[in-house]
Ligand binder design. Structure first.
Ligand code: HEC
Ligand code: HEC
Length: 204
């Protein structure tokens, strides 16, 4: 064997280890969100409202949100929004069936080394708040509908989006999961501006 080859072979494990380390150590970055000010030059208020919601829609249709707002009783997981493994179901209160509660596995905080998301109130959104597979316009109408949004007024919806800590998990997932676009603050500002311009929904 030539000296050069030996040198390369000796180097290979270090290179591989180096790249694996770099990968697991790098923070997963989310997409950016446009600020409310970027929509200021849309003169027509209705049009501006729709444009603001479309921008906020980058968050709403993101896997970090949709995975907990599925259209069946089963949560989804991962960037590809595949069915949750193992099979778990919503149960009577969104916290899972007896004997297979969400809290059996999901603790109050993320466990990075176990790739396990966590939050003290980790549970599934009720079926009437299902977003999976729906057009953004449909989700928008549903979010405004007090029969399907948990009886919330528009102000309460704005507050929920901007302040709720379970929603906030979307920007602070366990390591390796892509955070929702922008920040919760930027998202909250878009939703607030949407509400202030009449909460107009995109056409479905
Ligand atoms: C761990 C599961 C979970 C995640 C992740 C999650 N939600 Fe929810 N969501 C719920 C539950 C449970 C409810 C119902 C209870 C409540 O109102 O707090 C809910 C309700 C809502 C509501 C109330 C109104 C409605 O019609 O849906 C909004 C708005 C909402 N979520 C937005 C979001 C957004 C935006 C994200 C992502 C950034 C998100 N959620 C991520 C579980 C989740
Ligand atoms: C037997 C253990 C177990 C139980 C019980 C469990 N989960 Fe999970 N869950 C996991 C594991 C492990 C992962 C991470 C899988 C992966 O790598 O994406 C996960 C991931 C998730 C995700 C994916 C988050 C994302 O955005 O990618 C959601 C949503 C979720 N669980 C919801 C629930 C809900 C709601 C319940 C209760 C109805 C529940 N889980 C019960 C083990 C469990």
């Amino acid at each position: 064997m030539q000296l050069k080859t030996i040198a390369l072979l000796a180097l290979a494990p270090a290179l591989i280890a180096g790249s694996v380390f770099a990968q697991s150590d790098s923070k997963t970055e989310g997409e950016a969100l446009m600020p409310v000010s970027a929509f200021a030059d849309i003169k027509e208020e209705k049009e501006r409202s729709v444009a603001l919601f479309n921008e906020a829609g980058k968050v709403i249709t993101h896997a970090r949100c949709v995975n907990c707002h599925p259209r069946t009783d089963r949560p989804l997981q991962g960037e590809d929004m595949r069915p949750h493994q193992p099979l778990v179901v919503r149960g009577p209160d969104g916290f899972g069936a007896t004997g297979m509660r969400c809290t059996t596995c999901h603790g109050p905080t993320n466990v990075d080394h176990a790739k396990l998301p966590g939050h003290p109130l980790w549970h599934l959104a009720p079926i009437e708040m299902a977003w999976e597979g729906k057009k953004l316009g449909e989700i928008c109408e549903q979010i405004k509908d007090q029969k399907r949004n948990g009886g919330k007024t528009i102000d309460q919806i704005v507050e929920h989006m901007a302040e709720d800590s379970l929603v906030g998990w979307g920007w602070a997932p366990d390591r390796g999961r892509t955070p929702a676009p922008g920040t919760q603050k930027e998202f909250g500002a878009l939703i607030k501006a949407w509400a202030d311009t009449g909460a107009v929904c995109p056409a479905t």
